[in-house]
Write a protein that binds this ligand. Sequence first.
Ligand SMILES: [Cu+2]
Length: 86
Amino acid sequence: MTLPRGKLQSEQEHLEDITMIRMHVPDMTCGGCAAAITRALQSADTQAQIQIDLPGHQVSVQSRLRADQVLNALKTAGFTPELQAA
Ligand SMILES: [Cu+2]
């Protein structure tokens, strides 16, 4: 039987697709901004894990999205994210 192994492999690939992306978002200045960013990211990937440091203007996203998709989600929501080195 090759089917169970194939399913397992696809689950492992799924996990490996998840990456951490960190951004500095200088115009995220209040809880309303943080909520808007969280909504934008969750609508791009319902599984996204989002951590927000409001005083530090930092957003960390663990998801299957590529960096450009994450940046575009924030830009579309009206923010100016800067990608940070991990
Ligand atoms: Cu705000």
